[in-house]
Design a binder for this molecule. Structure first.
Ligand code: JFZ
Length: 448
């Protein structure tokens, strides 16, 4: 009898846990869970997989568009695509070096493609052989090595994961990938015996801080399934953060939610920055050239200046910046990316206080100046994105008694006067501590 009761308790406990509804947590609970992510502001996106082998080229021809879509865009049959897997042997991959590059750039987290649309898994998955250990010659668990390197460096490890899967017969929504099997595709079977078990593996083996879903636009996927998956994963790891592509709420490239209570913790604008601030958490993901995955013909790199200005713009609007790199088939991040990240890091070393753990303010912009506010509310940061000649005039800041104005990276306080309208006239230093943008740290608060 006692044994029966114990069992009953265990079963009901398990049941109660499985039932826990994380979709209705309080604002306070969400704030606590999201705190590190909100403070981090800057992360690295990594798109990597067998598509790095063709690198945008199929049968000697350049395939239009992003390189990680080559299987689809180039209409490459599954068995032919699998030959890239057999060649995927990135012997120069060095997880510590990648993490160092991200950390030196000022990034606080890394989001890597655990599985992209092509269906190939970058870890040793027990659910499939279509992974880096069983099917590729490399035989090293990429996610494990990166997780360990992140843990060591104090970086947060996060995984991108595609719901759409061009390799799983049960997941296919596209006729051209129809497998030679006679059994009809069964999406529910894919979801319950493949997608969810793989995600459970990821959570239990690598303890990711964020799961970043994608490929949710396929017709088989519903908001209800998204909500179910959201709760399933939060039950496995209660403080997990999950993007809004887990459900169907995302409004196109702009990425914010179409309706209230959509599943997911943050909006995902893609290749664009929100027009202004938002009440919802958000993260802009962007490429440095025009492709997410490595593409050998794509040399259309954004300048370091633009990337830094994007980071400032996003921080001032209260978002996060997830900036992508696409390592090549040897396992190296392109030199052009490394160079830009190095320049961003140099800038961040001096100006980071204006970026991390800051809040946005309603009037975050004044001409070429963007504002952020320290979390304790004691300082306003005015980040100036164009060189100033002579003096800088600011209209949006209220001073306190004894206020001082410093430029980050400059020792002495700057001379300034407040005129009768309450505008600040600030003497611009002759020698500047960095390139591209300069931060004034002002004891005070935003007027608006
Ligand atoms: C998706 C992926 O297809 C792409 O390969 C990459 O991983 C990127 C980060 O995410 O791309 C999208 C997703 C959504 C839209 C466009 C491209 N959209 O809503 O228009």
């Amino acid at each position: 009898m006692r044994l029966f009761f114990t069992l009953l308790c265990l079963v009901s406990l398990g049941f109660a846990q499985a039932q826990k509804d994380y979709l209705n947590e309080s604002v306070q609970q969400k704030s606590e869970r999201m705190e590190w992510w909100r403070d981090a502001t800057f992360g690295m996106f990594i798109h990597w997989g067998p598509y790095a082998v063709p690198a945008g080229e199929y049968k000697g021809k350049d395939v239009n568009g992003v390189a990680e879509w080559i299987m689809h865009t180039g209409n490459i049959p599954i068995n032919e695509y699998e030959t890239y897997v057999k060649q995927f042997n990135p012997t120069q991959f060095n997880a510590k070096e990648w993490v160092r590059i991200a950390k030196d750039a000022g990034m606080k987290y890394i989001v890597i493609t655990s599985k992209h649309h092509d269906g190939f898994s970058l870890w040793d998955s027990k659910v499939t052989n279509y992974d880096i250990i069983d099917d590729a010659p490399f035989k090293r668990d990429i996610l494990k090595e990166l997780s360990d390197a992140c843990n060591e460096a104090g970086m947060q490890m996060c995984f991108y994961h595609s719901i759409m899967d061009w390799h799983q017969p049960d997941a296919e929504s596209k006729k051209e990938y129809t497998h030679q099997n006679t059994v009809a595709p069964d999406f529910a079977r894919y979801r319950e015996t493949y997608l969810k078990p793989q995600l459970k593996e990821l959570v239990e083996k690598y303890d990711p801080a964020v799961l970043w879903f994608d490929g949710e636009w396929i017709p088989e996927w519903t908001e209800e399934q998204g909500r179910d998956l959201y709760n399933y994963l939060r039950n496995l790891k209660p403080n997990l953060i999950i993007n809004n592509r887990v459900g169907k709420g995302r409004a196109g490239m702009q990425g914010m939610n179409l309706y209230k209570n959509a599943a997911g913790d943050f909006g995902t604008p893609e290749q664009e920055i929100l027009e202004g601030t938002s009440d919802t958490d958000w993260e802009s993901c962007m490429t440095m050239n025009d492709s997410w995955g490595f593409k050998k013909t794509d040399h259309n790199w954004k300048s370091s200046e633009l990337l830094i200005h994007n980071l400032i713009d996003i921080a001032a609007k209260g978002g996060n910046y997830l900036l992508n790199v696409g390592p090549n088939a040897q396992g190296l991040i392109p030199v052009a990316s490394v160079e830009r990240l190095r320049e961003m890091g140099e800038w961040m070393k001096i100006n980071q206080d204006a970026i991390y753990a800051t809040n946005s303010t309603k009037k975050y912009k004044e001409g070429d100046v963007k504002y952020t506010v320290s979390k304790d509310g004691n300082f306003v940061y005015a980040i100036v994105t164009k060189p100033v000649v002579g003096e800088l005039v600011l209209h949006n800041v209220d001073l306190k008694r004894g206020s001082k104005i410093y430029m980050l990276g400059v020792n002495d306080p700057l001379k300034f006067k407040a005129d009768s309208n309450g505008s600040l006239h600030i003497e611009w230093p002759k020698e500047l501590p960095c390139k591209y943008a300069w931060t004034l740290k002002i004891t005070g608060s935003p007027k608006f």
